[in-house]
Structures are given as structure tokens and as C-alpha cells.
Design a protein around this ligand. Structure first.
Ligand code: AP5
Length: 211
């Protein structure tokens, strides 16, 4: 299965990607995670991307298209993959088409902006491995500590309320038009994000069973 996950920041793409990835034994490719890892390592690309991420802006298309081209050429992607956070603009979607990547579906998880703001304020991420938690919806076993690696849980810099509002604006302006793009290709699936992760997963799996 070659799947794109669409949705506003904080709609639950990363959460669902993790679950689907395990269920179907296919890798998740998250451009956000790749960029954050590069930033942590202090690579040239990471440093270039920092200013955009911190403001909640999109990193330039040519940078992320380069990342995706390289990643999709790796052997573990040949049997399928989940793209979490790519494409995010029409030029990125066109680049994917030009690469000859035939996706099976673009699944959009729909959540109201007001709910997103609430979710983002409670998100905590592991500074070591990047695992994601929530103060209310997905608590770690020990407060402030990652279940997987024991790393410290912190607030992502771009989860500050003002930056979240900008990310939402960017989403509506630049990423939401992708729904029409994939609708025209008859690849668009829509799932209403639920308050409970498992309820959302049930709807996601139902939608995927129909492709
Ligand atoms: P990226 O990391 O991709 O961020 P995002 O799309 O803004 O997505 P998030 O990770 O914030 O949210 P999510 O939908 O994965 O939600 P999650 O599952 O974590 O990108 C970051 C930045 O990198 C961008 O702003 C941009 O600068 C750059 N970038 C990345 N890709 C790019 C591209 N292609 N082009 C240009 N720039 C790019 O859930 C959120 C929280 O809610 C969690 O705490 C979770 O536990 C909780 N939660 C999830 N589901 C539920 C539920 N059903 N009920 C209650 N809580 C829930």
C-alpha cells in the first residue's frame, strides 16, 4: 500500500501513521521527523530548515522534494509506505507524480481548528527518540519520561500557541487544496478525526479496506 496522510497539523497523522505502519508492516516517512532529526544533528539542511519550522512556515519545496526522492529510493519502501506530512503543496504533489509514484490513496483526517489548538497545547515529545504523547489523551507511564527510551518529554517549539495558529493558516492556504488535487485523481478518502485515537483508527482502517 502506498498511502498519503493529509490533515491539519495536529490532526493525528503521526499517531495514525504509527498504527497503520505496524499493522501493514510498511515504513512511515515523516518529512517533519526527518527535518527535526537533521536539525538535531546540525546538518546544513537542518540549519536551513530551522527558521521556517520555528515560525510555522513550510520548508522550501526543493528541500523536501529532495528528501523524499532520496528516502523513497531506499529498499524498505519498495513494498509500500505511508507519507506523513508530504506532499504539503501542489508542486510537491506534482513532483511525486513526476517521480512515477502511483499512490493508492490520500487519506485526509479532518479535525476542527479549535480542537487542534487544544491537542497541540497538550502534546509532549521525547527529545531523544521523538515519540509523541499527550498530557490528557496519551499519557506516558511515568510523567515526563518516554515509555520507549526513557528520554525527557518536552514541548515542541512549533507547538507554541501563536505558531500553531500560523501553521493552521499555512495548512488552509497551501495544503488543503491537495484534497481537490487527489479528488480529481479519485484517490481522496476522508475520515472525521474522533476524540479517541482508537475510534479514529477504526474509521481509518474501514476507509483503507475499501481501496
Ligand atoms: P510535521 O512534523 O509534519 O508537523 P504537522 O503536520 O504540523 O503535524 P504534527 O506532527 O504537528 O501533527 P500530526 O497530525 O502528526 O498529529 P499527532 O499525531 O502528533 O511538520 C513540522 C514542520 O516541518 C512543518 O511546520 C514544516 O515547517 C516542516 N515540514 C514538514 N513536512 C514538510 C513538507 N512536506 N513541506 C514543507 N515543510 C514541511 O497528534 C497531535 C497530538 O494530538 C498528539 O499529542 C496526539 O497524542 C494527540 N492525538 C492524536 N490523535 C488524537 C485523537 N484522536 N484524540 C485525541 N488526541 C489525539
Amino acid at each position: 500500500m502506498k498511502l498519503i496522510l493529509l490533515g491539519a497539523p495536529g490532526a493525528g497523522k503521526g499517531t495514525q501513521a504509527e498504527i497503520i505502519s505496524e499493522k501493514f508492516s510498511i515504513p512511515t516517512i515523516s518529512t517533519g521527523n526527518i527535518i527535526r532529526a537533521a536539525l538535531k544533528e546540525g546538518t546544513e539542511m537542518g540549519l536551513k530548515a530551522k527558521a521556517y519550522i520555528d515560525k510555522g512556515e513550510l520548508v522550501p519545496d526543493e528541500v523536501v522534494i529532495g528528501i523524499i526522492k532520496e528516502r523513497l529510493s531506499e529498499s524498505d519502501c519498495q513494498g509500500g509506505f505511508i507519507l506523513d506530512g508530504f506532499p504539503r503543496t501542489i508542486p510537491q504533489a506534482k513532483a511525486l507524480d513526476t517521480m512515477g509514484i502511483a499512490i493508492d490513496a490520500a487519506l485526509s483526517i479532518e479535525v476542527m481548528d479549535s480542537e487542534i489548538v487544544k491537542r497541540m497545547s497538550g502534546r509532549r515529545v521525547c527529545e531523544k527518540c521523538g515519540a509523541s504523547y499527550h498530557t490528557e489523551y496519551k499519557k506516558p507511564a511515568v510523567e515526563g519520561v518516554c515509555n520507549t527510551c526513557g528520554g525527557k518529554l518536552v514541548i515542541r517549539k512549533d507547538d507554541e500557541p501563536e505558531t500553531v495558529l500560523n501553521r493552521l493558516n499555512v495548512y488552509h492556504e497551501q495544503t488543503e487544496p491537495l484534497k481537490d488535487y487527489y479528488k480529481a485523481q479519485e484517490k481522496l478518502l476522508i475520515v472525521e478525526g474522533q476524540d479517541d485515537v482508537a475510534d479514529t483508527t477504526a474509521l481509518v482502517l474501514k476507509a483503507l479496506s475499501e481501496i
